[in-house]
Design a protein. Structure first.
Length: 265
């Protein structure tokens, strides 16, 4: 694309957090994205020499955008928009932000095992990671925090007990010294901690203007939607009225688990 074409497409697009839309010559929505800087992200699309990006460049005739105020809201809204509109280049160029997940299994001896594996659409993961290494590093932390066994969770390959057993931070599940039901109780403590929080939860984040705040609404571990209200609002009734109801699904749960991982509630 020429500089003039790019400048024309990006006229009025701000460097702010939000979602953006790319339309073709028939004004059909062909791509939806999100960014903490939508102007810069669109520039990346239109300057890229990547084959798939060049296909978008060849089809693009108009762009649109909506500000969200916060990256979490942009992530949730982008997910909703893609499911609603199914733009061609989102389907043809589906990117996996998080390619690995933490899964729960049970070994032949009855001990529950936490494993980092490639994401599987047929199974519900406990956490998601952008790389296998990130998942492995997180699993080491989980094992340490809950006094689990590195060998059972396949972080070590010792033939007998794990190294942590010698340090007395493993209670001997690797050599059947600890009963499966006792060991699994701690695994379930971790599993419970990885679920979305129960009760009625309003996450408050930055809004689109200084006078506004963004809201993400969860009820009993389920995502209900998001919205905006005046930042001075304290009434839960008024917060509920501000929420645009959205579907709870695996993709938004991944987004929210990821958020809670770095922003403990």
């Amino acid at each position: 694309m020429t500089k003039e074409q790019i400048a024309g497409l990006l006229e009025g697009v701000p460097s702010a957090v939000g979602v953006y839309y790319i339309y073709d010559k028939n004004d059909v929505l062909i791509y939806v994205g999100k960014s903490i800087d939508i102007r810069n992200r669109l520039l990346q699309h239109f300057r890229s020499t990547d084959f798939k990006e060049r296909k978008i460049q060849g089809a693009a005739c108009r762009v649109g955008f909506e500000l969200t105020g916060h990256e979490l809201l942009a992530l949730l809204y982008e997910s909703d928009l893609i499911k609603k509109h199914q733009p061609f280049y989102n389907r043809a160029q589906r990117r996996t932000y998080y390619g690995f997940g933490l899964y729960l299994a049970t070994n032949p001896s009855g001990y529950q095992v936490l494993q980092v594996e490639a994401l599987d659409s047929e199974r519900e993961e406990l956490m998601t990671f952008s790389s296998h290494q990130e998942g492995k590093e997180q699993l080491f932390k989980i094992v340490e925090a809950y006094q689990l066994c590195q060998k059972i969770n396949r972080l070590q390959t010792y033939t007998r007990h794990c190294f942590q057993y010698m340090l007395k931070t493993c209670k001997g599940a690797c050599i059947a010294q600890e009963l499966p039901e006792d060991y699994n109780r701690r695994v379930q403590e971790f599993v419970a901690s990885s679920e979305l929080p129960l009760g009625e939860i309003f996450l408050e984040v930055l809004g689109r203007t200084p006078e506004e705040k963004g809201l993400v609404y969860l009820l009993d571990g389920q995502y209900k939607g998001f919205g905006y209200c005046n930042k001075r609002v304290r009434s839960e009734k008024k917060k509920r009225e501000a929420i645009l109801l959205k579907a709870d699904n695996r993709d938004v749960r991944r987004i929210l688990r990821r958020y809670f991982k770095y922003n403990p509630f």
